[in-house]
Design a protein around this ligand. Structure first.
Ligand code: 13P
Length: 253
């Protein structure tokens, strides 16, 4: 049986206290789609207020430090995220791999730290355009996945992998369905090889310019178990059609 779809928003560096009302709208509207898991990963400054405003709804962080505490100015630890009310966190987003020069090893340590504190993890992988044009996308992404998976065994409910081709993020460009299918199948095979049965059931999300118009088609691609959504997750009006498309795919399955 296909896993439940997960539609997660990544607000990136967007959101002030006035936007809690939008989170409330998304949480309330999500109740109409009980067959889909919905989550919002938001700036650390908003997590506590959001978690209080929408108890029962999955609010998460966008990144986490691998250490429990210490001299790491500006960073947020997994216990801090949990303390603020987060249930999950993203690790390894390409914007951090690029701007903060995060290595696969660091991403793996972050995932390990988050899981150790009971947070679910969305682990991002994805190739840059040059790599795709060279025909090296599959090898590159699988190597990233190998290096970024946490060292400990992990259950299917605790980790999701998000395939986010860097060239599709915020550009309005989306890979062809057969390109997504090929990559997701390769990720699935590697997850099964590494994690056995939980790799079969682990969710593989697609991310990169997902919106209300293209979500339904993307969700029909084999091994696409949901989406990680940037820009279109900032408002209920843009985000909910994506959740509705996931629910419709689940209903037809
Ligand atoms: P967009 O949906 O804005 O392309 O962003 C995707 C993303 O980076 C989600 O993590």
């Amino acid at each position: 049986m296909a896993p439940r779809k997960l539609v997660a928003g990544n607000w990136k560096m967007h959101g002030l206290s006035g936007d809690i009302a939008e989170i409330e709208r998304i949480a309330a509207a999500s109740r109409a789609y009980p067959q889909v898991d919905v989550a919002l990963c938001i700036p650390a400054t908003l997590i506590e207020r959001a978690a209080r405003a929408v108890p029962g709804f999955a609010v998460g962080g966008e990144d986490v430090h691998a250490a429990e505490k210490g001299a790491h100015t500006g960073c947020t630890s997994a216990p801090m995220l949990v303390d603020a009310g987060a249930r999950l966190t993203i690790v390894g987003h390409s914007e951090r791999r690029d701007a903060q020069r995060e290595s696969d090893f660091e991403v793996s340590a972050k995932a390990d730290a988050a899981l150790g504190c009971g947070l679910a993890v969305i682990l991002c992988v994805g190739e840059i355009l040059e790599v795709r044009e060279q025909g090296a996308a599959l090898d590159t992404v699988l190597a990233q996945l190998d290096g970024s998976l946490p060292p400990q065994p992990v259950g299917a409910a605790e980790l999701a992998v998000a395939y986010e081709p860097v060239w599709a993020i915020g550009t309005g460009k989306v890979p062809a369905c057969d390109e997504i299918a090929e990559m997701h199948a390769a990720i699935r095979a590697r997850l099964v090889e590494r994690l056995g049965d939980s790799g079969e059931r682990m969710r593989i999300l697609y991310g990169g310019s997902v919106n209300g118009s293209n979500a339904a088609e993307i969700f029909t691609v084999p091994n696409v178990d949901g989406a990680l959504v940037g820009g279109a997750s900032l408002t209920a009006s843009a985000f909910m059609p994506i959740v509705a498309a996931a629910a419709e795919t689940a209903r037809r399955a």
